[in-house]
Structure formats: structure tokens, C-alpha cells
Write a protein that binds this ligand. Structure first.
Ligand SMILES: [Zn+2]
Ligand SMILES: [Zn+2]
Length: 295
């Protein structure tokens, strides 16, 4: 018997089950090695998720710190982290299935998982089903809304008149349509002269003012007021004063003895209209509208 034969005979038994084998994984045959593997430890995953994510009880969004996230992302991270901690960061992990069932507003979620990984060259598939608890909190955005926080005000007015209800409604719809994901209106105030919207940032206020003027005509002006200091930085609140056109389509105005029915508003320039008696067409520039009277 050669040295090689002896060696291979000695190596060909699994010390755990005694089965003959040619290939060893951590000194065990493949099936004993597999039997000792455990990819998914539900308690550990649930604990990790519980520690790293919270759900806002106002808006229902999930947060990791102050950053918005999805529960699926957090669960997947926890799974990958657990496997890599046990079997090394180099072993490939793939999520074959991840389903999370959650009742609206419920603190607990039910997770269905199917994961595949390759541990020391052995492909393993494992499934798990378990419940986890999610911490409840109030996110920064919701607490700011609740506290009436605002960084800018959008004031909707009209030249030489009060905007009517339809106009305010249309302007408000345009303003809300300009809201981005993290932005909000914390207060909406109806006044004799128009509507004020208290918004989360100067950027969104500016976007709202632009959207209103683009669709409804008129102009907007921006002004800022110092309201405090934080960490040596001056804090400003910005006001966007939106002025809708003084006249709207369908109005009849009196100017220099003529009665003119408004047909079209030309943003930033004036309006086009028809003399109701002669049928003649006129263009009335903005600067002349001040002298006109609505009839
Ligand atoms: Zn074995
Ligand atoms: Zn929230």
C-alpha cells in the first residue's frame, strides 16, 4: 500500500456519521456539514430590525435614524448582516423571497423569507416565517408639522381685488402639487385678502409661487426676514407674495370711456379684450390696468 492510498483511505470517513466520503467541509461530510448550518435565526433578525427601525405613528413611514426607509430593506440588511457575521462577509447571499404582511397601524409584522447562500462552496436554501415588532415613533417631519414649523409663507393675493374662491382653490391645488416627498404645508390660513400657506422650506415656497404664476398669470415677489440665529448662522423666513392678475377672463372693465370684455391674460404683460360696443380689439398693458374699473 502506497502512502497515498493510506492517506486517502484514512481521509474517506466522516468522523461524525462514519459515512465514506471524498470531500470534506470543516472535516465533515457534506450532509453533516449541512446539518450544522443555520442561515436564519428569526429571534436575531427580529431583534436587529427592532433595534434599527421605527415607524412613524402619524405618517406610517419607516425610518432608520432620520432617514426614510422600507421595512423590506431593513429586514434584508439584518439577514445579510447575520449571515455574514456567522459565515464570513465573503459568502454569497441571495434573497429568493421576502414578503412582509402588516396590518395598517399594527406594531407587528409577519415575515416570510427564503434565502440562498453558499457556505464554503455548499449551496444552501433556507426558509423562515416569523413575527417581529416595530418601534413606534413620531418622525421629524410630523413633529414639525404638529409644532407648526415653517420656513416660508406663500401669500396668494390679486392685484386691485380679492381673489375669488375658485382662484384660491386652483392656486392651492397648484401649490400642493409642487410639494416634494419631504416637504409639507404646516398651516393654511384663509384671510380677507387671500390665502397664506406656511411651508417647510424656501425652495418649496418658491416652486409653489412659480407654479401658480405659470398657470394663472400674475407675478410673485420674494422677501426675507431674519427671525433668529442658530450656531452662529442667521435664520431667515422667506415670504413669497403671489399677485394674481387684477382681471380675469370674462371680466368687463371700464377704461377711458370704453367697456372692455377680457378675453385673455398675457402673463407679465397685460390683457387682451374686446370693446363690448364696437367689437374692436384692445390690448391693455399692466400699467394701465390700475386705472381701470371693473363693471
Ligand atoms: Zn457525516
Ligand atoms: Zn411621520
Amino acid at each position: 500500500m502506497t502512502e497515498h492510498d493510506k492517506r486517502s483511505r484514512w481521509r474517506s470517513f466522516c468522523p461524525q456519521c462514519g459515512r465514506e466520503t471524498e470531500t470534506f467541509y470543516d472535516n465533515l461530510c457534506e450532509s453533516c456539514f449541512r446539518a450544522g448550518l443555520s442561515l436564519l435565526d428569526p429571534d436575531r433578525i427580529a431583534e436587529d430590525v427592532h433595534a434599527s427601525v421605527s415607524v412613524c405613528q402619524h405618517c406610517g413611514s419607516f425610518f432608520k435614524g432620520n432617514e426614510r426607509t422600507e421595512l423590506e430593506v431593513v429586514v434584508e440588511d439584518a439577514v445579510r448582516r447575520a449571515i455574514s457575521k456567522t459565515y464570513g462577509p465573503e459568502c454569497p447571499v441571495g434573497l429568493m423571497e421576502l414578503r412582509i404582511e402588516r396590518d395598517e397601524g399594527a406594531r407587528s409584522a409577519h415575515v416570510f423569507l427564503r434565502v440562498k447562500a453558499e457556505i464554503k462552496g455548499v449551496p444552501v436554501v433556507e426558509s423562515a416565517e416569523f413575527s417581529l415588532l416595530v418601534r413606534r415613533a413620531i418622525c421629524v417631519q410630523c413633529s414639525r408639522i404638529a409644532g407648526g414649523y415653517y420656513a416660508a409663507i406663500v401669500q396668494i393675493r390679486a392685484d386691485w381685488r380679492t381673489p375669488n374662491e375658485d382662484e384660491l382653490e386652483a392656486a392651492a391645488a397648484l401649490a400642493y402639487g409642487a410639494l416634494g416627498k419631504e416637504e409639507f404645508v404646516s398651516k393654511q390660513q384663509l384671510l380677507k385678502e387671500g390665502l397664506d400657506l406656511y411651508v417647510s422650506s424656501a425652495e418649496v415656497g418658491r416652486r409653489m409661487a412659480k407654479a401658480i404664476v405659470k398657470h394663472m398669470g400674475g407675478t410673485y415677489a420674494e422677501s426675507q426676514k431674519l427671525y433668529g440665529r442658530r450656531g452662529g448662522r442667521e435664520l431667515y423666513r422667506v415670504t413669497f407674495l403671489v399677485r394674481l392678475p387684477g382681471y380675469t377672463e370674462g371680466d368687463v372693465l371700464e377704461l377711458a370711456g370704453k367697456r372692455i370684455a377680457v378675453e385673455r391674460i398675457v402673463p407679465d404683460e397685460g390683457l387682451e379684450g374686446i370693446d363690448v360696443e364696437t367689437g374692436e380689439r384692445y390690448f391693455v398693458p399692466l400699467r394701465d390696468q390700475k386705472r381701470a374699473k371693473r363693471v
